[in-house]
Design a protein around this ligand. Structure first.
Ligand SMILES: *Cc1c(COP(=O)(O)O)cnc(C)c1O
Length: 217
């Protein structure tokens, strides 16, 4: 199937209320263009340099989302244009995003990454660290970042009960914070292999790569 057909097929399985991030990491401009020609405007990348090269070459109405683990020294390269940073996993990273956003006179929307996987290989805050951060008065002074929700990745496993359980725990944390913070609008969870479950468990934003663009090498 072509990218166009894949994209249409994926979109048919996603409610209108859920935002689709087409994850184009490692894929060439020509692939992104094909999805763009089908109306897709939100793309996710996990490397700043690659994303910046694509941003330079592609139409400027694309929203670029940084979905990967982010190093603080790379933030400056994307601060001018990035639309949403999904993987904020430390207070120092948030402080750096704030600093670089200020230089460009912008407010950068961010999602805090929560460690939901029962396996311990993934980045992110645990619940206690997360609550400490959002309730910390110092962070209210960060005027150039806006925390708009949470992001999480389930364990990579065939056990869909486990995946569902992890998504449920993320959603309950999200709803708890959403009741306190009006800015909370986004729960980013679900990838090609598990997005249907994520949507059932309340995801508002799915990040889908291989089901649209095919396997990555
Ligand atoms: C690569 C990646 C995705 C997309 O994965 P697929 O399985 O190809 O859909 C989603 N989220 C993150 C954080 C990723 O790194």
């Amino acid at each position: 199937m072509s990218i166009k057909e894949n994209l249409l097929a994926v979109k048919q399985t996603i409610p209108n209320s859920v935002t689709l991030v087409a994850v184009s990491k490692t894929k060439p401009i020509s692939d992104i263009q094909e999805a763009y020609d089908q109306g897709q405007r939100i793309f996710g990348e996990n490397r700043v340099q690659e994303m910046t090269e694509k941003w330079e070459k592609m139409p400027k109405d694309i929203e670029w989302h940084m979905i990967g683990h982010l190093q603080r020294n790379k933030v400056k390269y994307m601060a001018e244009y990035v639309s949403l940073v999904h993987g904020v996993d430390s207070p120092r990273l948030l402080t750096e995003i704030n600093k670089q956003a200020e230089k460009h006179n912008r407010t950068i929307p961010c999602l805090l990454q929560v460690h939901i996987a029962e396996e311990d290989t993934k980045f992110g805050f645990n619940e206690e660290e997360l609550l400490d951060l959002v309730r910390n008065e110092n962070f209210k002074l960060h005027k150039n970042v806006k925390i708009v929700g949470l992001m999480g990745m389930a364990t990579f496993t065939e056990n869909m009960d486990q995946v569902r359980r992890e998504f449920k725990s993320l959603q309950s944390l999200y709803l708890k914070l959403k009741s306190e913070y009006a800015d909370f609008t986004t729960l980013s969870m679900g990838m090609s292999g598990d997005y249907q479950i994520a949507i059932e468990e309340g995801s508002t934003m799915v990040r889908i790569g291989s089901s649209i663009f095919g396997c990555r090498n």
